[in-house]
Each structure stands twice: as structure tokens, then as C-alpha cells.
Design a protein around this ligand. Structure first.
Ligand code: 3PG
Ligand code: MG
Length: 392
């Protein structure tokens, strides 16, 4: 892999810089800016080298359509303040854009393209789209480890059309994950939560041989509860997961890995509601499962207590509403309690998990925190990530 830090003569070179600025937004306000803070090193590095930086990022899942609520505008403004420099956000159609339209004023050094997922060609890994993007720059840099598990035009295909390099944050993330996967101490427990069920449910099976305990919380747990015959009301779930779940339990048995899922839950009638505790068989038709219950929390604490290593990706509930943040906070607190006594090696990953840790000021109490969620899990699986493979 070629690293941008070793690259000579970047002066006046146009760098197409793929970042993952997919930060949580609530009514256009950034609720956690960790992913922006983490890319300051690459921005400062390229500014010092006097490069022209053309940033590409996505935020959310606009599915190929323009969506004003998912504009990169608040992200540009946040970054502008942090680096004390003007940033231009290009709103016009990327297909109409020519190289000479950019950086017209010699003082301009950073330009952002609008949310790249406004173009359906991005997720289709469309070579013509990548080719067009490539025409706007001289060099491609991937500093978005957290979306390198996606075969998308600005992550993967683009590398066929420009000399391509790994960025600084990507390098840091890979080195840290390499270290933890080679020096890991058993028993290892992995906590998987969050709402991206389709991304993660298929990964679990491949993680089973590597771990002693897998704790499934968040949206994915609903699928398991439902599979076991429990009512889940209006809660989120993925369709047609029965055979994947059967496979998970079968594989777990073969590898003596314990799969743990909620024993009780917190529900609300809407995401804004207050929490009510429910036994599994008591969930009503109009209930939404939004967090784990007290029995489940105690059980998870016991598992953490008996672990030497813990990996955590994805919150246990809808932590954006404080009524449903307790499960995630209690997990974090238990890990931190052991970490402070040096009794556990702890790694957390993912945009939402980082938000949870920031809410309770706990981000520095883990051994390593990755900006990546899905990419982090796929890396642990031992999979080659398409965005990384493309850099070789
Ligand atoms: C993330 O938040 O994990 C990355 O930005 C990738 O987002 P995605 O799951 O929508 O591809
Ligand atoms: Mg995310």
C-alpha cells in the first residue's frame, strides 16, 4: 500500500480526498463531531504541502436523491471553524463540473463536493462516475477507513483512474486493529448493537469462531427475539433472517461460543416516549423495543466481568432519547470500571458508539476507539475490505 505521508511533491497537486464525515445530525445540527476531529491531521498535512484539496464524503443514506437535510453544509461550517479557513461547498451537478471550474482563486485550498450519495452512481460503483471524478484531480487519497467496506465509486472504483494512496487516519486505524487482532487475550466478548441490521447480521456468523461470547443488543436483537417466538410490536427488524439466525446458533454450538441476547427490554409507543420495562412475552402490538432491560444489563455486566478483552460496536438502544440510553451507558461504565484497574483490553467502534461514549465523557477510557462500525466488524472477520484492497 502507498501512503500519502511518503509522497513527495504535493505542491499545487489536486488531491481528491475521500473522507467519512458521516456524523450524526439532528435538525441540521451535528450532535457528535468526532469524525470531523479525526480528519484534521490529513487536512493540515495537505494544507502544509500546499495541495489543493477536493473533499468527497457522504452523510446518511439519501439513496441517490438530493436531500436538503443531508447536505454537507453543517459539516463544512464545523470544519471551517476548526481550521479557521474558508471552505467552498459545490452545489452544482458533479457531471457538469470541469477541472477548470475548481480552485479559480489561487487562494482557494479546500473545496467540498456535495454529499456524494445524492448520486445513485456512487453506491453502484459506476466506473463512468469514478472516471468523471478522477478528471477533477491528480491524486486520490482514501482517509475513510470507516466506509472502506463499501464498494462505492468514490471509495473503490476511483482507484482505477488515479494514483491512489492511504491517508493518515486510515493508516492509524489499520495499524491499531492489526495490533489488537494479533495480541488479543481470551476470553473475548464482542457486543454488537446499533440499527444497521442488514450490514451486521451476516457478519456475526464469521465472528463466532474468534470469540467466546457474542452479545447481541440493539435493533438486531429484535430479529432474534422474534425468531424465538417473542412478540416485538412495531420494533425495527430485517425480513427473511430466519436461516441466518439458525446458522448463527448452529455455528456457535460447533465453536462453543455463547450467544447472548436480551432477557427483558424497555419499550415506548414512539421514539420520543418515556421508557417502560417489559418482560419478553409482554411486548404489546404498538410497542417499540428501544433499549435493553435491567436483567439484561446485569447479565451483560457479568459477561464483561469474566472477559479479558471486549470489543463493542453499536449502542444497546435508541440512546438519542435519554430514556433509552441507560443500557448503553451501563455497558460503557462496566467496561470502564474494569479498564481503570487494567483488567480488560477494550475496543469500541462506530459513529453511534462514539456518540454514546462522548455523552458520558468516556472516550479516553477505552484502549482503542475506531471511527469505523461496519468496516471495523468486517476487518475483525478477516475480510479484505474493497476500499483497502483497491489501494494495493
Ligand atoms: C458508517 O457510518 O458506518 C459509514 O459512514 C458507512 O455508512 P453506511 O453504513 O451507510 O454505508
Ligand atoms: Mg454509522
Amino acid at each position: 500500500m502507498k501512503y500519502i505521508k511518503n509522497c513527495e511533491n504535493l505542491n499545487e497537486k489536486r488531491i481528491l480526498l475521500r473522507l467519512d464525515l458521516n456524523v450524526p445530525l439532528k435538525n441540521g445540527i451535528i450532535t457528535d463531531s468526532t469524525r470531523i476531529d479525526k480528519i484534521l491531521p490529513i487536512i493540515n498535512f495537505l494544507l502544509e504541502k500546499k495541495s489543493k484539496i477536493l473533499v468527497i464524503s457522504h452523510v446518511g443514506r439519501p439513496k441517490g436523491k438530493f436531500n436538503d437535510n443531508l447536505s454537507l453544509k453543517p459539516i463544512c461550517e464545523n470544519l471551517e471553524k476548526k481550521i479557521n479557513r474558508k471552505i467552498y461547498l459545490i452545489k452544482e451537478d458533479i457531471f457538469k463540473l470541469k477541472k477548470e471550474d475548481l480552485f479559480k482563486d489561487p487562494k482557494d485550498q479546500i473545496v467540498f463536493l456535495e454529499n456524494i450519495r445524492f448520486y445513485e452512481e456512487e453506491e453502484k460503483n459506476d466506473p463512468n462516475f469514478s472516471k468523471h471524478l478522477a478528471k477533477l484531480a491528480d491524486i486520490f487519497v482514501n482517509d475513510a477507513f470507516s466506509c472502506s467496506h463499501r464498494s462505492h465509486a468514490s471509495v473503490n472504483k476511483i482507484t482505477e483512474f488515479l494514483p491512489s494512496y492511504a491517508g493518515l487516519q486510515l493508516e492509524t486505524e489499520i495499524n491499531a486493529l492489526k495490533k489488537v487482532t494479533s495480541e488479543i487475550k481470551k476470553p473475548i466478548s464482542c457486543i454488537i448493537g446499533g440499527s444497521k441490521i442488514s450490514t451486521k447480521i451476516g457478519i456475526i456468523k464469521n465472528l463466532i469462531p474468534k470469540f467466546d461470547n457474542i452479545i447481541i443488543v440493539g435493533g438486531m436483537a429484535n430479529n432474534i427475539l422474534n425468531y424465538q417466538g417473542n412478540p416485538i410490536g412495531k420494533s425495527i427488524k430485517e425480513d427473511n433472517c430466519e436461516s441466518i439466525i439458525e446458522d448463527i446458533f448452529r455455528t456457535a454450538k460447533t465453536h462453543s461460543c455463547s450467544i447472548f441476547y436480551p432477557e427483558d427490554v424497555l419499550v415506548g409507543k414512539s421514539i420520543e416516549d418515556k421508557a417502560q420495562i417489559r418482560e419478553l412475552n409482554e411486548v404489546k402490538n404498538d410497542d417499540l423495543i428501544l433499549d435493553i432491560g435491567p436483567k439484561t444489563i446485569n447479565k451483560i455486566k457479568e459477561i464483561i466481568e469474566s472477559s479479558e478483552t471486549v470489543l463493542w460496536n453499536g449502542p444497546a438502544g435508541y440512546f438519542e432519547n435519554p430514556s433509552f440510553a441507560n443500557g448503553s451507558y451501563e455497558i460503557a461504565k462496566k467496561i470502564i470500571e474494569k479498564n481503570k484497574k487494567n483488567l480488560i483490553y477494550s475496543i469500541a467502534g462506530g459513529g453511534d458508539t462514539i456518540s454514546v461514549l462522548n455523552q458520558i465523557n468516556a472516550i479516553n477510557n477505552f484502549n482503542f476507539v475506531s471511527t469505523a462500525g461496519g468496516a471495523f466488524l468486517e476487518y475483525l472477520e478477516g475480510k479484505e475490505l474493497p476500499g483497502i484492497k483497491a489501494l494495493y
